[in-house]
Design a protein around this ligand. Structure first.
Ligand SMILES: [Zn+2]
Length: 310
């Protein structure tokens, strides 16, 4: 299984177009050792000509164009992308679907609630049904391993499985209370555990930190890309960008006694990497004490173009 990080930042990217926080300002001014980052996006492949997308970021068009393996070529005119798996209905996870609308047959996996939000409450996404055959939606059941099927590329069928791990986050603010109230809350935010040839990869860019089951999913994985959105719980309040804490927004912060870095993960098997890093997060500065603390705690920090082979 080959895993490619196409984008590693949280919503807004790094730098964010309207942000003057110390990180964004110093990146624009060239006075910090840090890499620019597009919004979180991961692609997974079992072979050279078939890729799954994990979510569909607002930067997806640019990310596909920057990745030759994902591009259409004259020798293979069909796109190697046909399957998309969604972790939630957040704007940052689904907006890129609109980049894929150009009459291309797509196969989308999500929880039933996420599918209903996109198909019943957001008529904009009906543009996806114009392709022939129209978009195919499949439901991801919670906590159960199911085989993934790529209709346009039968070779991808062999041995790819996925389990949806409930992460107990909330539904996006834009969803009406009526619709929200009719959905099982555990379908709002999931992690995706992909299994191929005995190797397990967990993708969870939003981890609320509630419950304990998700930690077991990390421990049983060979690679885990986890929520690195915020360093501190009150990061956006201090930056005067929000009145909500990281936890209010469904993100377990990295630091603090109950933060991600202090969680008692089993040592040894799992390569742990933070992704979905907000532009206010000091770990983006490669010379900061926070960056060093993440590395010393045994974690890697995702960047655009990072790749893993399992
Ligand atoms: Zn910023």
């Amino acid at each position: 299984m080959r895993i490619r990080v196409l984008g590693s930042a949280a919503g807004g990217g790094f730098p964010q177009w309207n942000c003057s926080c110390p990180n964004c300002s110093s990146l624009r001014g060239g006075s910090v050792k840090a890499r620019p980052r597009t919004q979180a996006q991961v692609a997974v492949s079992s072979g050279p000509s078939s890729w799954f997308l994990l979510n569909a970021s607002p930067d997806l068009r640019q990310q596909i164009l920057a990745t030759p393996e994902l591009s259409v070529t004259s020798s293979s005119p069909g796109s190697p992308i046909s399957t998309i798996l969604l972790t939630s209905a957040e704007v940052d996870c689904v907006m890129g679907l609109l980049h894929l609308r150009e009459f291309h047959p797509l196969h989308i996996y999500s929880t039933l609630s996420v599918r209903r939000i996109l198909t019943e409450e957001n008529s904009l996404f009906r543009v996806l049904t114009r392709s022939n055959p129209p978009v195919r939606w499949d439901t991801l059941p919670l906590d159960r391993l199911i085989p993934l099927v790529a209709p346009s590329s039968p070779s991808a069928k062999d041995g790819f499985f996925c389990k949806a791990v409930p992460l107990l986050g909330g539904f996006p603010d834009y969803v009406s209370d009526l619709l929200k109230g009719s959905f099982p809350p555990e379908e709002a935010v999931i992690g995706l555990q992909l299994v191929h040839k005995e190797k397990r990869f967990l993708y969870a860019p939003s981890v609320s930190g509630l419950g304990e089951d998700w930690q077991r999913s990390v421990d049983e994985s060979d690679l885990a890309l986890l929520d690195g959105t915020f360093w501190k719980d009150d990061e956006l309040i201090q930056a005067k960008r929000s009145r909500r804490t990281a936890r209010d927004m469904g993100h377990l912060p990295l630091s603090g006694e109950r933060g991600l870095l202090k969680r008692p993960f089993r040592l040894g098997k799992t390569k742990r990497v933070i992704i979905h890093i907000n532009n206010t997060n000091p770990v983006l500065n490669e010379e900061s004490p926070e960056h060093r603390a993440v590395r010393e705690a045994g974690w890697e920090i995702a960047y655009d173009g990072m790749e893993f082979n399992l």
